[in-house]
Design a protein around this ligand. Structure first.
Ligand SMILES: [Zn+2]
Length: 454
């Protein structure tokens, strides 16, 4: 394993050639499909219906073109009829250690279950990125949250334990109390969603506390887009005086499949030790033509034998970088911009696809605006319309003028008219966990998701 002076947690795997990594993936996928077929009634049914046996899976073409996808509705339907209340399980109940569920953005939870080995393995996913950022045993990690059934926080906790960090919990405290505790404890790392970390900076200012005096070196989190959005990263580092921002991209079912490295390259690396990942065309379901093409992210998790997720459609839109090594030496796939949108939540305004992350980036170019914003979608006379509502960054901002400048900046960059509304400081709701950004008011709207991040 890693020596303290090495930047790599596991150099042979993090820097292995594409051929070596892909060969290993195919071997692991074949093993996993065999396991699922033998032990999970759901997977056996799905593969039988497609007339595919595990022994048919020999090549990548077999995987890409013969093996059926799995999707959230498969598991939801199965959990509805299983006495246990869990879908797609492949291990007996006496092996289950911990229960979670996906965040309730679609109104119904997908129940997830993990064994002790799997929660340990899930924690190991964090070691690659955090080690590269120079985090070492003896450093400390502060948690801004109360722990619930959302796996994202727990997996950070397992990661901290794996790395030998001192764990500091701010559970059950108010934002002001957390600010004071952080200054007192001086943790190396503070974890939170980007919106909440910015909120803490606001609260600190109001309380007359200099957050920069806490000496926090790394801000870490996930759950929303901001940690890989340049303007939000820069604002976070400035507000906290932090040196690094660490992003983790998660899929509840397959855990945190992506982590940023120390030479931040605009996104996260796929942790190829724990999953296989590729992108497919939305219509074709076939691998995208080129490595830089946007497609739906399809993931196979190696951490989840109790409840296998194989060739699983995440509905996240990603672009897999053709050149993952941007000075870090990692050979693992890289997702610039992380999640660019949701395939099941495409907002098309007069024929133009608009991604929320693109809007968040553009907000940062316009002076006098904060990064607290909401997107409201409605349908008027059969035409979809989008309104961006954003808070001014101070009480003396000319809000009408800022709204005009934002409208014209969005128009120039997205090629479509988007309405804008600049509201006063603190006018929008703050969330401790995933921030709700998208409000879909159309009559036949699907449930509004957060931005597809666990
Ligand atoms: Zn890198």
């Amino acid at each position: 394993m890693a020596t303290a002076s090495s930047r790599y947690w596991n150099e042979p795997t993090q820097t292995a050639s594409r051929q070596v990594v892909d060969d290993l993936h195919l071997e692991r996928i074949r093993h996993l499909v065999g396991w699922a077929y033998e032990h999970s009634a759901l997977h056996r049914r799905i593969y039988d219906e497609a007339s595919v046996k595990p022994s048919d899976l020999r090549t990548w073409d077999d995987f890409f073109y013969k093996l059926p996808f799995t999707d959230k509705p498969d598991y939801m339907k199965d959990q509805a009829v299983q006495p246990s209340g869990f879908g797609g399980t492949a291990l007996e109940r006496d092996r289950w250690q911990q229960y979670f569920h996906t965040t309730g953005t679609t109104g119904r939870f997908l129940n997830e279950v993990f064994t002790q080995y799997e929660t340990h393995k899930a924690g190991s996913q964090y070691c690659y990125g955090l080690w590269d950022l120079g985090v070492r045993p003896g450093d400390s990690m502060y948690f801004c949250f109360d722990f619930g059934a959302w796996i994202g926080l727990w997996s950070y906790y397992w990661g901290a334990r794996n790395l030998g960090l001192t764990i500091e919990s701010g559970g059950g405290l108010s934002a002001a109390e957390r600010v004071r505790q952080i200054v007192e404890l001086r943790p190396t790392i503070v974890t939170g969603t980007p919106t909440y970390l910015l909120h803490l900076a606001e609260v600190a200012r109001r309380e007359g506390v200099d957050l920069r005096s806490a000496g926090v070196r790394v801000l870490a989190g996930g759950g929303e887009a901001g940690l890989s959005v340049p303007v939000t990263r820069n604002r976070l580092m400035a507000e906290w005086g932090a040196e690094q921002v660490y992003d983790a991209y998660g899929i509840g079912e397959a855990l945190f499949v992506g982590q940023s490295c120390a030479e931040w390259g605009g996104g996260v690396h796929v942790i190829e030790d724990v999953c296989h990942s590729y992108a497919v065309g939305l219509e074709s379901g076939e691998p995208v033509a080129g490595p830089d093409e946007v497609g739906e992210h399809v993931v196979t998790s190696y951490t989840h034998f109790a409840q296998p997720f194989i060739k699983y459609r995440t509905h996240d839109l990603v672009r897999i970088d053709a050149h993952p090594d941007h000075g870090c030496g990692w050979s693992w796939k890289h997702l610039p911009g992380v999640v660019l949108g949701r395939s099941d939540f495409m907002v098309t305004i007069r024929g133009v696809n608009v991604y929320p992350t693109a809007i968040e980036n553009l907000l940062g170019d316009v002076s006098d605006l904060s990064n607290h914003y909401e997107l409201h979608i409605s349908c008027v006379d059969g035409m979809d319309r989008m309104l961006v509502r954003v808070e001014a960054c101070g009480p003396h901002v000319d809000r009408a003028d800022a709204a005009r400048r934002l409208r014209s900046h969005l128009r120039a960059n997205l090629g479509v008219n988007i309405e804008t509304d600049v509201v006063g400081v603190d006018a929008l709701v703050r969330y401790e966990l995933k921030t709700k950004r998208i409000f879909d008011h159309r009559a036949d709207a699907p449930p509004s998701p957060t931005l597809g991040r666990t």
